[in-house]
Design a protein around this ligand. Sequence first.
Ligand code: AVI
Length: 353
Amino acid sequence: MPLDESESAITIANPDFGSFDLISETLQRRQALRTTDALRWRNRQLSARSLHGRDELLTGLNATQAWIPSKYFYDSLGSQLFEAITRLPEYYPTRTEAAIFSRQIDDIARVAGRGRNLIDLGAGNCEKAASLFAVLQPAQYVAVDISAEYLETALARLRRQYPGIAMTGLSVDMSEGLALPDSIPADGRLFFYPGSSIGNFTPADAAGFLSDLRRQCLQHGGLLIGVDLIKEKSILDAAYDDALGVTAAFNLNALNNVNTVLGSDFDVRDWRHLGFFNQTMSRAEMHVETRLAVDVNWPGGSRRFEAGERIHTENSYKYSVEEFGALLRRTGFHNVTAWTDQRNWFALFYASA
Ligand code: AVI
């Protein structure tokens, strides 16, 4: 299928949908609302951006509306809980994305191109990218993740399996920007960002991140990215508040991790998990809420949380295909192609740099 190169359209590669123009009035109104909120959250994050670890945490915990950066979910137990979440019946994104890959893999490889330098952002156990090696035949594989230890184990295994592919592991906290070393050729970079992790950025920060990626591609660069789509509230509510309570454990475990980093004395039994879809903001939100008034102490400080007070722990923005296509184009990408599942719950995008 020829790609649509016009500025205002996106090619939907699912035959169930036709090509169409973007940005209706409703979309613009929703975007404006989200931008205002995004700016508020962004200002909070920006003033905390130059801070790290303890200072960043203290800024969030002392804020009028307290917050904890979502990276604190991912200690070793948190990473395992997240893996468990991806297998829950309610958490559809992982398996829906995998189904799109398996149905559309030949078309994806044709559009994204073979023999590129595949840069896997948030690689984790590298399994998603490795499942594409046979079709994408990357010249080089670069796995980027916050956890160096996790990466090295995964890469050691992959190097034995695929001796013909040069492999590099980079331990980077992507919430602080992404700078790639010169050893990674600037030409032929294919960035791979699956799992809708882009949803954990505000739209404003997502735009900044995508522009950054765009700048890091020279000749023949591109981006293959998974994005969770807006859908019925009840489905999203369940995905972020599952019946087994795994997401609750994942959320509350952030408090344990904060205790480790900060030396604080959060008692998870005093807190309960909240996970729901905020339709106005087009995002799933997670919070922890106190069951009773509690004083939380840490070396050099403390804070009283009144009963029912919340700490905001995560936003997971949901987009329409049109909105995300527009975001890609605004950040300098073109030739946008999207593949969706039959229910239109999740989309995979390829965009040329
Ligand atoms: C990693 N990220 C894309 C997940 C999400 O859906 O936003 C994290 C998550 N939070 C609750 N469940 C899963």
